[in-house]
Design a protein around this ligand. Structure first.
Ligand code: FRU
Length: 445
């Protein structure tokens, strides 16, 4: 994978290391880190294919919903600041996007509400309720995020989507933080006294604003804040899903988006004017205060210009000296001439801000099987190599997911999972990964 020729920025790492859980040696104070956005190139992505090592086992449709009255989808565990999975009052906690279970699955995004579940064993989940009173939250609805507990205080990062009180559904996305108290009552866990703030909005230079995207783009994203403490420096960051900035008219094809010189030779980008509408990126911002409410926006870690439109729910797992950056995308989010399944994709580097190379050469880490291509989505890799996700649409009788809207409501309801999918164990070795086995739905330990 080629990286952007422009050196975007050099950052001074000024903070000394604190609370390391992983192995790498600390950077000395003020050691320089080069900031150079990596590209997921057309050449990389053209190698994507399902293999035994990246294909998930078929999920049987005989499942029980963890919350029968709800649709449950994007899910994230409560963590400690260092990324390890947290326990409160002897309980693990997960947060999930939820919606009433009698709603058409495609409508759930318009009313998403964050609820939480708790569990003593990290696999049998008890519904706790709404994470917070949505009246006081930002956005008409709340989308995915991450959660971290520090000194007994919950930091729940979420996407504020749309605006309170709007008459019609709108899609503005801002990153928000809810800070709340954690109460451990008897066997359960409760959260209270939330204080909400908007922590980041796109600035239009690295990350596209909604206004820019409305000048001819397919869609825009500025969502899914994911908290990350860099074990090498102790600095705190938020990763997020964004789009490369500017309007389509501002953008042009950079040869680095295509790939190596030998691949570029004679390669013609298909439907170039359409391809430029595929501008997904993985964004990052550095926390500049101790309460995680102030941030400095930094150039993206990864861009998929002319390759893919949406790099969803980005997150990092560190192992040894390596950063493993994972993200999700759909088959229909790939640009012209590039094909990939609904799947989990990954990249690795020994530096946080540059040098990401696709895992397994092309990026594909975990795909749904070909005969059940939409069975799961929104995978998240945990520090122990377990991957959680939700059960999406099963056995569509050979239909493409884009044909689903034309099917009856009964068909859509009876083919939607809306609960956590079987957990999958992933082995990571240098730049290669392998799907090992699957276990109980929602098992995080
Ligand atoms: C992925 C996703 C997230 C978003 C949520 C909205 O499943 O698109 O990026 O936060 O769904 O429902």
């Amino acid at each position: 994978m080629l990286s952007n020729k422009r050196i975007l920025q050099t950052i001074l790492a000024t903070t000394l290391v604190s609370g390391l859980i992983y192995g790498p040696a600390p950077l000395s104070a003020a050691e320089e880190q080069t900031q150079e956005t990596s590209n997921w190139t057309i050449e990389d992505a053209s190698g994507i294919e399902r293999t035994d090592d990246n294909t998930a086992p078929y999920i049987e449709p005989d499942f029980e919903k963890m919350a029968p009255e709800l649709h449950v989808w994007d899910t994230w565990p409560l963590r400690n600041k260092d990324g390890s999975i947290a326990k409160v009052n002897g309980n693990y906690v997960i947060f999930s996007l939820t919606a009433p279970g009698d709603l058409l699955p495609g409508k759930r995004h318009d009313v998403a509400t964050i609820r939480y579940f708790y569990s003593k064993n990290g696999q049998d989940w008890q519904l706790g309720g709404k994470a917070f009173d949505t009246e006081n939250a930002y956005g008409a609805r709340q989308w995915a995020g991450s959660a971290m507990i520090e000194d007994g205080e919950l930091n729940l990062f979420y996407t504020a989507t749309g605006h309170k009180g709007e008459e019609n559904v709108t899609y503005e996305q801002r990153l928000a933080l809810a800070k709340g108290d954690v109460e451990a009552n008897g066997n359960s866990v409760e959260f209270s006294d939330f204080d909400h703030s908007i922590i980041l909005e796109p600035e239009g230079e690295y990350y596209q604003t909604r206004e820019q995207s409305e000048q001819g783009d397919i869609s825009y994203a500025f969502r899914d804040p994911w908290f990350f403490e860099d074990p090498k420096t102790g600095e705190d960051y938020i990763l997020f899903e964004g789009n490369s900035a500017g309007t389509p008219a501002d953008r042009s094809l950079d040869q680095d988006y295509i790939g190596s010189e030998s691949f570029r030779n004679g390669y013609e980008v298909e439907m170039e004017d359409f391809a430029k509408l595929f501008n997904g990126n993985v964004g990052i911002a550095r926390a500049t205060d101790e309460s995680y409410t102030e941030y400095e926006t930094l150039p993206p870690l990864l861009e998929a210009n002319y390759v893919n439109q949406e790099l969803e729910r980005p997150h990092i797992v560190t192992k040894g000296n390596q950063y493993y950056l994972f993200t999700n995308t759909h088959e229909h989010k790939f640009g012209p001439g590039v094909d990939g399944p609904d799947g989990l994709y990954g990249f690795s580097s020994n530096e946080l801000f540059s040098g990401y190379e696709p895992l397994n050469d092309n990026g594909l880490v975990l795909a749904n099987p070909e005969d059940n291509a939409y069975q799961a989505y929104s995978w998240m890799v945990l520090p122990n190599g377990k991957i959680i996700s939700f059960y999406n649409f099963h056995d569509l009788d050979g239909k493409n997911i884009s044909d689903l809207g034309a099917t009856s409501p009964e068909y859509q309801m009876s083919h939607f999972g809306g609960t956590l999918a079987p957990t999958i164990k992933l082995a990571i070795q240098n730049d290669s990964t392998k799907v090992l086995n699957s276990s109980k739905p929602g098992k995080i330990k």
